[in-house]
Every structure is written in C-alpha cells, then in structure tokens.
Write a protein that binds this ligand. Structure first.
Ligand code: GRF
Length: 211
C-alpha cells in the first residue's frame, strides 16, 4: 500500500477528504502520519479520530533564518522516518525550504485555492480567457479584489518556486454575485475535496511508472 504523509496547519477538511476517499476505496493509499506546526490545528484531531498518528512539530520563530533552516531539516527527518511515497501539503502554511525539498524530489504535492498554470507563467488559460495566476496565502481574497469572473483549485508538485510547480490537476470555480471571502472559500474547498484525492491518485500512479 502506498504511504502518504500529510502536512496540515488548519482545520483539516482536505485531510478529511483524503481519509474519506481512502475509506470508500476511491484512493488506494494509507496515511502514515499527519504533521502540523500548530498544536491546535483541527487536522490533528481529525487524524486522531481516524486512528492516524498525529504529530506537532512547532516552529519557534518563522522569521529567524537559522531556526527556519533547522526546522526544515528536522521536518525532513521526521517525514522521512515515515517512509512516504508521497508528501501531501493539505493547507500547510509554511514555505518548504531547500533541506525539505531536496529530501523528497518530485514527491511533494500541494493544494492551492486558485487556478494556476503548469509551472511559473503569470497567467492561466481559463474558459473566460487568460486570467492572472494568484499565488500566495491571499489567493481567495485576491480573486475577489481583482473582480475576476472565476477562480479555481490547483494541485501541483512543490518546487522551490512557490505555488509554481508542475501541474497535476486543476478545476475552475465560479465567483458568484454577493460572494465574500468566506462564501467563496467554502465553494473552493468543496472543489478541493473532490480534486485532491483524484490528484493524489494520479501522482501515485505517476510515481509507479517511474519505478
Ligand atoms: C485550503 O483552502 C487550501 O487550499 C489552503 O488552505 C486551506 C486549508 O483548508 N492552502 P483545510 O485545513 O484543509 O480545511
């Protein structure tokens, strides 16, 4: 059975989508561990409820480069000890540093709440023409601020270019009249919950072909 390690900082609804997809047989994998840098992350409670080992790895100061680099090394060691086939960033709010990226080349995937292209282009082709690729932590608010006709969900491989790695799958999400950030993010998350398990399946299948 293919092994996933899930890194999650938030409420863990994407983790739950993976757990549910595994339970119903849609995703053939097991989750070896869930790791959060926040002890209060809802994702940890969801892991425990599902009988999955849950760990907190706290980061003392995210602005101190030495502490940050040491954290990346520690995180890489802990994740490596779980022998993952794939590392899934499911609402992980830290940028992955070099030590971490180099340990799992081509084996880290991320779910992002906006429509991104394949790679580093600044625009993405959509059913409503070319639109800006919204990267970073404020992508949902930014879609509203720019009054875009639509946004989306992307699952991509993680590289040192933040939110700009090779595409695995993406899906458009409409922006509707009266949307605020909460309402739009809820619609985006529903799409994430459909797309993430499928994209993880695709990434696992691709890793099989490489072996
Ligand atoms: C998701 O929208 C994800 O795309 C973003 O953070 C959110 C995490 O939600 N990076 P949850 O913790 O999975 O509910």
């Amino acid at each position: 059975m293919k092994r996933l390690v899930v890194l999650a900082s938030g409420s863990g609804t994407n983790l739950q989508a993976l757990i549910d997809a595994i339970t119903c047989g849609e995703l053939e994998a097991e989750i070896a561990a869930v790791i959060s840098e926040r002890p209060d992350a809802g994702a940890l409670g969801r892991a425990v409820a599902a009988g999955i080992p849950a760990l907190t790895l706290s980061l003392a100061d995210r602005r101190d480069p030495a502490i940050r680099a040491a954290y990346d090394r520690d995180l890489a060691s802990v994740v490596d000890s779980m022998r993952p086939d794939l590392v899934v960033l499911a609402g992980w709010m830290l940028i992955c540093g070099t030590a971490f990226l180099e340990r799992f080349p081509g084996r880290i995937v991320n779910v992002h709440p906006a429509l991104l292209p394949d790679g580093e282009a600044s625009e993405v082709t959509t059913s409503r023409g070319r639109l800006p690729a919204l990267r970073g932590a404020r992508a949902v608010a930014e879609a509203l601020r720019r009054e875009l006709p639509l946004t989306g969900v992307t699952v991509h491989y993680v590289t040192s270019a933040v939110d700009a790695g090779p595409l695995i799958a993406h899906e458009e999400v409409p922006i509707l009249p009266g949307d605020d950030e909460t309402r739009l993010h809820e619609r985006i998350k529903r799409a994430e919950h459909r797309l993430l398990p499928r994209a993880v399946s695709l990434a696992l299948a691709a890793s099989n072909e490489e072996e």
